[in-house]
Design a protein around this ligand. Structure first.
Ligand code: NAP
Length: 253
């Protein structure tokens, strides 16, 4: 029987690449988005083309009722779930020295999506995951939470909080469910291109390559490969943070 993976924020970028990896490896997938249905349908088509049964669920992870409805839709369609990937995320690009550039509302919004959302999704999906051999949650954090560098102070703090959330969930959900974190570095794609603008994107990419031990940035597919390994393999690994950063952090130690 095909296993099932539910991935938040899987209409584009890392989430879409992850859905395709699971689909190519014989899993059924639940694709999620909160705004752009057309992108979600595109991802669903690519997964369907490689043989997966696909469910598309519109749900904002910051809304607990929508997380619970997401879990119910997966139960109704697939009868359970083997892996939950908490990938949906948001930020506000504000220079780190611009303390007045971030309001309490900005902070709350980033936390609602990046920290409370993954908690609510985990809570909603625990009943679906329990009893499934090898069940796992993979949380997509960021090198920002480890280097204290990134798109804004709110984002950096939210990813640090996500790392702690994942550690405590690994303790309380074991032995039935493993919980691990993937922390990507600079990922090529629209998140940074739109957030920084084309000129700053190119400069930031060049600087990142110069600072990384592997002299490269990361692709969504690079991150997806680790998300797949942590979900489908890594049977004795829980409560760990795995960097996919081209060797950027090791240059800072
Ligand atoms: N790009 C990077 O350099 C980088 C580096 C480190 C970590 N990350 C992390 O990687 C994750 C994915 O980012 P990405 O680069 O793949 O960006 P992306 O292409 O912009 O993907 C973000 C996804 O999240 C969805 N989303 C946003 N808010 C949501 C919400 N409230 N509820 C449900 N879905 C929501 C978006 O769909 P809709 O627009 O339809 O809602 C989209 O599918 C994020 O957690 C991010 O923090 C990214």
């Amino acid at each position: 029987m095909r296993k099932v993976c539910a991935i938040t924020g899987s209409s584009s970028g890392i989430g879409a690449a992850s859905a395709l990896v699971y689909a190519k490896n014989g899993w059924n997938v639940a694709i999620n988005y909160s705004r752009d249905a057309a992108r979600a349908e595109r991802t669903a088509r690519t997964c369907h083309e490689v043989g997966a049964e696909v469910l598309i669920v519109k749900a904002d992870v910051s809304d607990d009722q929508q997380c619970r409805a997401f879990a119910k839709a997966v139960t109704d369609k697939f009868g359970g779930c083997d892996v939950l990937v908490n990938n949906a995320g948001t930020t506000k690009f504000v220079g780190l020295t611009d303390l007045d550039g971030l309001s309490a509302e900005d902070f709350h919004h980033v936390y609602d999506v990046n920290v409370i959302g993954p908690f609510q999704m985990a809570r909603a999906f625990v009943p679906l995951l329990k009893g499934r051999p090898g069940a796992a949650i993979v949380n997509v954090s960021s090198i920002a939470g480890l280097l204290a560098s990134g798109s804004s102070i709110a984002y950096i703090a939210s990813k640090g909080a996500m790392n702690s959330l994942s550690l405590v969930l690994a303790r309380v959900l074991g032995p039935e469910i493993r919980v691990n974190v993937v922390a990507p570095g600079f990922v090529e794609g629209d998140w940074l291109r739109e957030g920084l603008g084309e000129a700053r994107y190119d400069a930031a990419k060049k600087a990142y390559v110069a600072d990384a031990a592997l002299s490269d940035v990361v692709t969504p597919e690079d991150v997806a490969a680790t998300i797949y390994w942590l979900g489908a393999g890594a049977k004795k690994t829980t409560g760990e943070i795995h960097l996919v950063d081209g060797g950027r952090r090791c240059q800072s130690l």
